[in-house]
Design a protein around this ligand. Structure first.
Ligand code: FAD
Length: 354
């Protein structure tokens, strides 16, 4: 039996594990995917398919990065911003507005943070391909069952699966209070509907034309573009978000429209790309629910019922959507991870000697 089972090896679950590990608590992380990181996923390059930017206000994340000696660098913004009203009108060009707070990226990709956390945990701390389906209160302990019918037992369980997905994927016995279930069902999974794409190039041709690589379009498929060259300046890419309604269109169709739009925004050189990548988070079974429940961005993020304990305090809900600070963001994931570890440690310290 474990002291603690953490469900989910995303930033929140790993931050909790990192904190508990320092205090010698015996834990196990159960992760449904075959990789850690959840909504953080850097491809080669590194090209971010998930979380990318942070700001000076994200103090919990910055402190963790500092402790782990993972460095950041400013997002490239020098040069003109391109703006397309429609595919039939000329592109307009703007200067970056002065006085904007800078945003930063993680050197080597956001996955560096995840890898550093994993490297601080003993080998074997995470069981991958472990899809949790049931959480049962057994009185003095909790049983966690997986899709393959295997099960684990612990004194405490920390769940970091996004709240909406938790309700769709996991059966609780006894059931959770209906008020808590209703809030969890109506909680937006931050960026869960987004389509992220990236296109790599042999050289940063946009910079050579005095363009920043930043663009906004109301003309169709592309919503935003940003320069995504790496810190070392030996990998060049443009990256951004597509219109989320394009989930049904095939990858080839999206790719063709993306390249056509990039040609309009930055010039014919955009045709000579090396690689096109994309990730449809709405179709990702370990981030987004099947079907849709209408919620607006950030709906119920940070709601107190998302942190409500169950099963007499043995079951703790965590993860960025539950966070008191910057819910939805990486900073929220770190805050919730640290806060949850603190709650567990306090409960251990106040428990009577047996
Ligand atoms: C496209 C996109 C762009 C983003 N951009 C930014 C950004 O620029 N800046 C920023 O601050 N934030 C950004 N975010 C948000 C950021 O990624 C999240 O705040 C953070 O990664 C959440 O961490 P988490 O651990 O709380 O949740 P998750 O990363 O979702 O982790 C939950 C974990 O639970 C696992 N899991 C799910 N179901 C099960 C199951 N049944 N059994 C076991 N495990 C399960 C998942 O596989 C996952 O690893 C972005 C997110 C996306 C999707």
């Amino acid at each position: 039996m474990y002291d603690v089972i953490i469900i989910g090896a995303g930033l929140s679950g790993l931050t909790t594990a990192y904190s508990l590990n320092k205090k010698g608590i015996n834990y196990k992380i159960l992760e449904a995917r075959d990789r850690p990181g959840g909504r953080i996923n850097s491809l080669d390059g590194p090209l971010e398919m998930g979380a990318t930017w942070l700001g000076g206000q994200h103090t919990h994340l910055l402190q963790l990065l500092k402790e782990l000696e993972v460095e950041v660098f400013p997002q490239h913004t020098e040069g003109k911003i391109s703006y397309e009203v429609s595919a039939y009108q000329d592109i307009q060009y703007f200067d970056f507005p002065p006085g904007q707070a800078p945003s930063y990226r993680i050197k080597g990709g956001s996955t560096q943070l995840i890898q550093s956390l994993v490297d601080h945990l003993p080998k074997g701390s995470i069981t991958f391909n472990a899809v949790v389906t049931n959480i049962n209160d057994c009185g003095n302990s909790i049983e966690v069952k997986l899709r393959d019918s295997s099960s684990f037992e612990a004194s405490k369980v920390i769940n970091t699966i996004p709240p909406q997905l938790t309700i769709q994927q996991v059966e609780f016995n006894p059931t959770l209070p209906s008020e808590q279930v209703a809030i969890m069902e109506q909680t937006h999974t931050w960026m869960g509907e987004s389509i992220k794409y990236g296109v790599s190039y042999a050289k940063p041709f946009w910079k050579e034309k005095g363009l920043s690589g930043m663009a906004f379009s109301q003309g169709g498929i592309i919503q935003e573009v940003h320069d995504h060259s790496n810190f070392e300046q030996n990998y060049y890419a443009l990256k951004g978000f597509l219109n989320p309604n394009l989930v049904q269109k095939g990858e080839e169709g999206r790719k063709e429209e993306v390249i056509n739009t990039l040609v309009r925004l930055f010039g014919h050189e955009a045709n000579d790309f090396l690689e096109y990548s994309e990730h449809l988070w709405a179709n990702d079974p370990f981030t987004s629910i099947k079907g849709s429940i209408n919620v607006v961005p950030h709906q119920n993020n940070g709601h107190k019922l998302l942190r409500e304990e169950a099963f007499n305090g043995k079951l703790i809900f965590s993860g960025t959507e539950s966070s008191l600070a910057y819910p939805g963001y990486m900073d929220g994931a770190v805050f919730s991870g640290l806060h949850t570890a603190q709650r567990v440690l306090e409960q251990y310290q106040s428990a009577p000697e047996s």
